[in-house]
Ligand binder design. Sequence first.
Ligand SMILES: Cc1cc2nc3c(=O)[nH]c(=O)nc-3n(C[C@H](O)[C@H](O)[C@H](O)COP(=O)(O)O)c2cc1C
Length: 394
Amino acid sequence: MVPGSLGRLEAQAAETATAAITSAEQALNVFDLQAVAARTMRPAHYGYLQTGVLDDRTVAANRDGFSRYGLRARRLVDVRTIETSIELFGRKWASPVALAPVSSQRAFHHEAERPSAKAARRRDALQMISTLTNVSFETLMDDRQAPLWFQLYPTNDATNARKLVERADGAGAGAIVLTVDLLAGGMRRETQALLARQDAGDCQQCHDRSAGFAGYLRRKAMFDGLDLTRASALGDPGLTWDFVRRVRSWTKKPVLVKGVMSGPDADQALAFGADGIIVSNHGGRAEESLIGAIDVLPEVVAAVRKRVPVLIDGGFRRGSDVFKALALGANAVCIGRPYIWGLSGYGQAGVEAAMRLIDEELVSTMRQAGVTQANRISADDLIRLAANPDRGPG
Ligand SMILES: Cc1cc2nc3c(=O)[nH]c(=O)nc-3n(C[C@H](O)[C@H](O)[C@H](O)COP(=O)(O)O)c2cc1C
């Protein structure tokens, strides 16, 4: 264990949680779902889910960021009716909480991404689908019965990237989300490697490494029929902002850039045609920056000046976290690991529970803050706190 690595400590806390729940409905919060995931998943898969890079300090920074803001509670406001809905690209969503793209969900549930799509349908939530799914985008569109957003990893082969976008677009994608934060051979995911060492199972059966990167892609549904002879990496280190313009030219759907962690980059993204920004450090899985996503939200919002929607993900576990992001100017928030914790333990019911718990907490936070509409939550509803390392997250 690495000293000071809150990411790993959080994982450990979940592993040693004592009060077991026996159904998704019993979960008091998303950490209950995490405790089940930690106890029931194969160590290698749990490691893949929880890992950050190096000492997981960016994972921790994502959580710590929320503790720098408190709520300015307001009293005697009529809060009988709370409206959490938001609008993005002309479509209304019941909740500002969306499901972030998470790859390879067969590692977490035998039906892979399908229970998540069905849960999104049940709660009419916005969902983004990874390039690296185990089942096809078309199948998931069928399960969701509404436009999913397709997340694109630019491989080193632009022809394939274009084919992926055109396929998702043709299947009815609501938007294209271009992830720009992972570079080929990026920083080491040590927690993943350490937990894999503890896994006595036979990984080779599902993860035949002999066929290299192309072999890996061939097992992913969206790469069916694509020529993978040139595929050598997920993130092309030679890519520049011009690639955003190229993706923009391949579709008429909105194109969002995911992985922005600075105001100047948000400005660049817009200059190259992006229709939306997702502030994200890939859940702390990209660089060990020690900077939480929420920490850079204000500068991104300032750079964007309401020209396009700003979404954010990274460490959102509580409705109060969501409230803080909305107050700082985000239009919506995405969650990654929390719904996968639910998925691994309870399938569709678990994903629904993760979304429901965070939504319920958001409603009670709004009541206590005296704000009745999600799109009216503003910076006036927060108090910036002096740094206090003893204050717990969230
Ligand atoms: C297991 C796992 C797989 C992920 N796969 C993808 C992916 O395929 N595409 C992508 O853009 N982001 C991916 N992400 C990042 C998430 O979309 C999101 O940015 C992150 O999980 C948010 O942080 P949180 O997990 O703390 O909520 C993945 C994250 C995890 C944990």
